[in-house]
Design a protein around this ligand. Structure first.
Ligand code: DON
Length: 542
């Protein structure tokens, strides 16, 4: 079964499974089609995290982009040392990191691939050559984007000669991407990282007319994916595993669940009239506490390791103390805790995150499972197109400012460093048997943490099926206001939360949750796949 953000991509992955491909094989075919049909979200020019369960062990592959060797903490500052306006830093070459997704997929394929590498490229090559129908979401995002048309290559691809964006259903061909994919199908990831394509990326980044960047072909050639130990913790009768730093996703989700296990949120499932205010109160307070720690402590562990190890932030006594800070009224803004091992002051990081990104969940015939979240960061990344794909703007996930009155920001820019992420590909297992229960994840920048935690609470605490849990209105707090999904919540809920001292904001919160869950029916175990109705996700499986 494949659950992905676009029907063409789910179909490509499913056909690979039908031909005997492994979950990793299917993830590769799915990703390559997503890069074509959902270019706003992910692609060859971006990065990803992939969690793989092979029935015994769990591996966390880190394909996060890296900062160029020449970059330093001043990357996003103006001549006077002030942080640039966010988009001024983002659009152009400056924000582009060395792409990671293809090297990471190659590593996973070497270890878990079953079909030949080149075969996995066929579906995307055929679609790039023959064209695919522009989806409603792609048409809308292109139409509304003020920056994409400023890049001549993107303008020629995404718009007609008069400068109009293509309508829904227009058959869009991408021969440049077909050529790139053919080269990588033949020559492996080296064809991308060490040849013509890396040189083309450097030229594009360097030559931007008013915001050139520091990324060079040598940075791309030097890129290395990493295998990391998944971050796992127990929650009631389950074991929840997520991506460790440089993502903050796994840690923040685990902290929220651990904090919530000290509360009676299980007794507050959604009611006939919508979400129970007490559930939203507890969940958003847990979010405040988790985001305070995330903002302060999480960054690339090679550059800014937690003094006591990441485990100090998951210590049960520490989290019990954090949970005790939740009272009947909202705490407003939480302060970061001081876990074991932290002595010096750390400064909080600031980095806004914006719409795009994609999540893929896959289970193959042998029960191997994948959870992969993949991104070019903001919609259409840096808006720089080369060789048929878009370059990421992942470096804007670093903090623009590198210090404040408390000290240095852990997530400041440094050469060769990975920017902090919120992506939270997640797997759930039975605690006692180790049996696989669920694979899920979502796009949404730092909202991802709340989307994934909400879905886990929905399924594990409120016993909803995965689709119903995904469909619940989104809610939570990123340690600012309490954010509720606009148009999905009642006035009564808003009023009840205000009485508990919550500062309420209604916002879009367009999650793109996808997941696969094992369910038990009379005939035995079955797979239940779910895709978020807020985007264009679809599930294909047997
Ligand atoms: O790694 C991250 O957390 C972000 N670059 C992801 C961006 C994202 O999900 C935008 N979403 N809608």
């Amino acid at each position: 079964m494949v659950a992905a953000a676009n029907p063409l991509a789910s179909e490509a992955g499913y056909q690979i499974l039908k031909r005997g491909g492994s979950a990793v094989d299917a993830a590769i075919a799915t990703q390559l089609v997503l890069g074509l049909a959902e270019p706003q979200s992910s692609g060859l020019g971006g990065g990803a995290f992939l969690m793989l369960h092979d029935g015994k062990s769990l591996i966390a592959y880190d394909g996060r982009e890296t900062a160029p060797a020449a970059a330093n903490e001043k990357l996003f500052l103006d001549e006077r040392g002030k942080p640039l306006p966010f988009y001024r830093g983002l659009i152009g070459g400056r924000s582009v990191g060395a792409p990671g997704v293809l090297r990471m997929l190659e590593m996973a394929h070497r270890e878990y691939g079953r079909l030949p590498w080149r075969e996995l490229f066929q579906p995307a090559i055929v679609l790039a050559e023959n064209g695919f129908a522009v989806s409603p979401r792609l048409a809308k995002l292109v139409r509304e984007d003020p920056y994409l048309r400023q890049d001549p290559v993107a303008a020629a691809y995404f718009f007609d000669r008069q400068g109009n964006s293509w309508p829904v259903g227009h058959v869009l061909r991408n021969p440049a991407l077909a050529q790139t994919l053919r080269e990588v199908a033949q020559g492996g990831a080296d064809a991308f990282y060490r040849g013509r394509i890396a040189k083309d990326i450097e030229a594009k980044v360097r030559s931007h007319p008013d915001n050139p960047g520091l990324l060079r072909a040598a940075d791309i050639a030097a890129y290395k994916p990493r295998k990391r130990e998944a971050l796992c913790s127990d929650f009631r009768v389950w074991r929840i595993c997520g991506m460790p730093p440089p993502s903050s996703g796994g840690l923040a989700v685990a902290q929220m669940l651990a904090i919530l296990s000290h509360t009676d949120i299980a007794q507050h499932p959604p009611r006939a009239d919508g979400l129970d205010p007490e559930a939203v109160h507890l969940f958003s307070e847990a979010g405040r506490l988790a985001f305070a720690d995330r903002n302060r402590y999480v960054a690339d562990p090679d550059f800014a390791p937690m003094p006591g190890g990441i485990a100090s932030l998951l210590d049960s006594e520490y989290l019990a103390q954090r949970a005790a800070l939740i009272g009947p009224m909202s705490m407003g803004k939480a302060k970061a805790g001081v876990p074991e091992g932290v002595r010096s002051a750390w400064a909080d990081g600031v980095s806004p995150e914006l719409p795009s990104t994609s999540h893929i969940s896959i289970v193959d015939a042998d029960g191997n499972a994948v959870a992969m979240t993949t991104t070019v960061e903001s919609a259409f990344g840096s808006r720089q197109m080369v060789d048929g794909f878009l370059l990421n703007n992942e470096l804007t996930d670093f903090s623009y400012a590198y210090a404040d009155e408390n000290g240095l920001v852990a997530n400041r820019v440094e050469g060769g460093k990975r920017p902090r992420s919120s992506m939270a590909p997640t797997m759930v297992f039975e605690r006692d048997t180790g049996k696989f229960v669920m694979s899920l994840g979502s796009p949404g920048g730092s909202y991802i943490i709340n989307y994934v935690a909400k879905t886990l609470v929905g399924v594990l605490e409120w016993r909803l099926d995965l689709q119903k849990a995904i469909n619940l209105p989104n809610f939570g707090s990123r340690n600012g206001p309490t954010e509720l999904e606009a148009g999905r919540v009642s006035e009564n809920l808003v009023e009840a939360l205000k009485r508990k001292g919550h500062d309420i904001r209604l916002s879009e919160q367009t999650s793109g949750l996808q997941g696969i869950m094992r369910i038990h029916v009379e005939e035995g175990d079955m797979w239940f796949g779910a895709a978020d109705p807020r985007r264009e996700g679809s599930v294909r499986g047997d």
